[in-house]
Design a protein around this ligand. Structure first.
Ligand code: UDP
Ligand code: MG
Length: 317
């Protein structure tokens, strides 16, 4: 299944109101890539900006039609959608993503490439000395700690915008909503090898940050979605059925005990709360098991489409 790539490197840059940053960023990227290869493309995805980003991209394109690709969204669809559009368009064997705000330093590109050479499928940046506000830095640390614990993916910085992928990994990602924050979890659950390198992080010069710390609250619901879709996707009956059976079993034992009390002592004494708990547990248990079975019907519909994701290589004559 060897594929021909039209470029060696693609750099995908989501940009939402980043007009002033783009020319500097492109210059910096070109200065670094000049020493590596001429076979590259810079894909800037304008995520429905209301400033001069569109004009800025048009100008860059006119100066270097060989290396520049611009994608303009009709309105603001978010970073995940921007990645997706960029990945679809990308022709490179290695696909990078970078923030447009000059916070990521293009000088790190060779370090990412070296790590990919070492056999990693995805290399994620780690903003070790993050140059953002205190609140943002600490909430991000907390978010990363929880995500790492939950998902068992050993990374320090899940949501770093600076990443390098082998093409097939980026193209196989099914991103929507805010799920870009969990890319490493999704990629790991597909069986790919993930690495991390510390990257130089700089202060934002022009424009404003688009994300506040509030985002982390919804973030945990996204983590549940990702775990559900990637880990339990193929066996929802086990996930819901497991919890459901435990609840049902406990409820059954409690009800048995209450029945025993009533039969042999004539009353359930002061066990009314326990009685209610037993009944509730049985009901919840049955509901969860049914939910798992319904989920299993969905999974059954999807399973065929997933097959190609599992195979790294087929060796045959
Ligand atoms: N971004 C985007 N669409 C959005 C929000 C942000 O394309 O709806 C881009 C933004 O232009 C930048 C990157 O995502 O290139 C990271 O955004 P930002 O720097 O605001 O986030 P922070 O670094 O503050 O977490
Ligand atoms: Mg930023």
């Amino acid at each position: 299944m060897e594929k021909e790539f039209l470029k060696e490197i693609s750099i995908v840059i989501p940009a939402y109101n980043e007009a002033e940053n783009l020319p500097f960023l492109c210059d910096e990227i070109k200065a670094v890539l000049k020493k590596i290869t001429d076979s590259y493309e810079i894909i800037i995805v304008n995520d429905g900006s209301s400033d001069m980003t569109q004009e800025s991209i048009a100008k860059l394109f006119n100066n270097d039609r060989e290396h520049l690709v611009g994608i303009n969204f009709r309105t603001n669809f978010g970073k995940a959608a921007a990645f997706r559009a960029g990945f679809t368009q990308a022709q490179g064997e290695i696909i990078f993503t970078m923030d447009a705000d000059l916070q990521d330093d293009p000088k790190e590109i060779p370090h990412f490439l070296a790590k990919i050479e070492d056999g990693y499928d995805l290399v994620s940046g780690w903003k070790k000395n993050r140059q953002d506000s205190f609140v943002k830095n600490s909430s991000s640390k907390f978010f990363n700690f929880i995500t790492s614990r939950f998902s068992r993916v050993k990374l320090h910085d899940f949501n770093c915008g600076f990443k390098a992928y082998r093409s097939e990994v980026a193209k196989g990602l099914d991103l929507y909503g805010q799920l870009h924050r969990y890319i490493p979890v999704m990629v790991r659950n597909q069986g790919y090898k993930i690495g991390e390198i510390p990257v130089h992080h700089r202060k934002r010069k022009f424009g404003k940050s688009k994300y506040s710390s509030i985002r982390f609250v919804n973030g945990f619901l996204d983590l549940l979605t990702v775990m559900m879709l990637t880990k339990y996707f193929k066996r929802p009956a086990h996930f819901f059925g497991g919890i459901g059976s435990a609840a049902l079993g406990l409820g059954f034992i409690i009800s048995l005990y209450i029945t025993f009390l009533r039969l042999f002592t004539g009353s359930i004494q002061s066990r009314l709360p326990l009685f209610i708990a037993g009944i509730l547990l049985i009901m919840v248990g049955v509901q969860l098991i049914s939910l798992g079975l319904i989920g299993e019907m969905f999974a059954n519909n999807y399973k065929k489409e997933e097959e190609y994701l599992k195979i790294r290589k087929i060796i045959k004559n």
